[in-house]
Design a protein around this ligand. Structure first.
Ligand code: NAD
Length: 321
């Protein structure tokens, strides 16, 4: 019995794999390495319960061949679909990016799950499906959903395809709406961005937007723990969960100052204008995590604590690499 993970060489994929292997599961995964790195998986190279292959999931024929091989070796019982484009501005500049990597990877995954009669899918969705609803507290029942980025639109379309597949052939789906997730190996995100900018020029840190953007942050290890908890406790056919911190988050100004103080205390911080970092950025969102709490799981770290921990981890990663 194998748990199959898409986007396995990415930030969340690597952490999920570690947790699944530690729980005694057999794990196989694909990634086209457009952002993830094979070296993140190298420690499991000789692990008897682990297999990785470089496959582009947008290429259905290649995906079908490779997945058939995995399934024949050891039947896949569950798919964790994490592969997606992580660069929201890139998807605004060229909508084909999110169509291919965020939506078609879902579409093709569902096609193959139907062919191979694999019943369960866990999907990495996002707060981006909600669009920009300001300080309205977002529950899983909030609607209508009008995303403001192609990334959010393709995540919402993916959720919709999964919902329809549950009606027709899937046994169970978990839609996990992530907040901003931080930790290592960082492949993208605000902390890595700030660390790299300050390393390139220790005298000044340029921030996209005016620094007032405020979001909840969750450490990746807590995210994985929450998902594996929900997988056992939420047994409806279609399960949708906001996953996030208990607080309303921290500002980009707080993150900029935390990174600056750790890396280059004398640096000045130069803010941009407007409350968005880029077109499609949701400047503020506030999650209700009542459903998550009702399931019996809660995070131990606040957004600020998760942030400080992740800053230290990303600094270590960036000095090692
Ligand atoms: N990290 C966050 O803050 C966050 C927030 C909300 C949602 N998510 C979602 O969680 C999932 C994992 O995110 P992450 O932070 O690990 O991102 P990531 O970029 O590190 O991981 C995604 C992986 O998918 C792979 N990939 C992309 N297109 C592919 C394709 N066509 N074929 C095969 N592999 C492909 C990339 O190479 C990468 O390794 C994504 O679906 C993302 O949208 C993440």
């Amino acid at each position: 019995m194998t748990v199959f993970v898409t986007g396995i060489a990415g930030f969340v994929g690597v952490n999920l794999t570690a947790a699944l292997l530690a729980r005694g599961e057999r794990v196989a995964g694909f990634d086209n390495l457009c952002r993830g790195k094979a070296e993140y998986l190298a420690r499991w190279h000789d692990h008897e319960r682990f297999a990785f292959e470089q496959v582009d999931l947008a290429d259905l024929a290649a995906y079908r061949d490779a997945l058939n091989r995995v399934h024949t070796r050891s039947p896949i019982t569950e798919v964790w679909h994490l592969a997606a484009n992580s660069d929201i501005p890139a998807g605004i500049a060229d909508p084909a990016v999110d169509h291919r990597d965020t939506f078609m990877t879902t579409f093709n995954t569902l096609v193959l799950m139907r062919e191979l009669e694999i019943g369960s899918i866990a999907f990495a969705s996002s707060s981006a499906v909600y669009g920009d609803l300001g300080v309205h507290r977002l529950t899983e029942d909030t609607g209508p959903l009008f995303p403001i980025s192609n990334y959010g639109a393709m995540k919402l379309a993916s959720e919709a395809m999964i919902s329809a597949a549950v009606e027709s052939y899937l046994e169970r789906a978990w839609l996990f709406r992530f907040p901003n997730v931080i930790g290592v190996p960082a492949t993208h995100g605000v902390i890595m961005d700030f660390v790299r900018k300050l390393k390139a020029d220790p005298s000044v840190l340029d921030v996209l937007g005016d620094g007032t953007q405020q979001k909840g942050y969750l450490h990746v290890e807590e995210l994985v723990d929450a998902m594996l908890h929900i997988r056992h406790h939420a047994t409806d056919r279609l399960n949708c969960f906001n996953i996030g911190a208990l607080d309303d988050g921290v500002t980009v100004r707080f993150i900029a100052e935390t990174v600056r103080d750790r890396l280059s205390p004398g640096a000045s911080i130069r803010y941009g204008t407007g409350n968005k970092g880029w077109v499609g950025d949701v400047p503020r969102f506030v999650y209700s995590v009542d459903r998550l709490l009702d399931s019996g799981w809660q995070p131990t770290l606040s957004s600020a604590e998760a942030l400080r921990l992740a800053v230290n981890q990303v600094l270590e990663q960036e000095s090692a690499g």
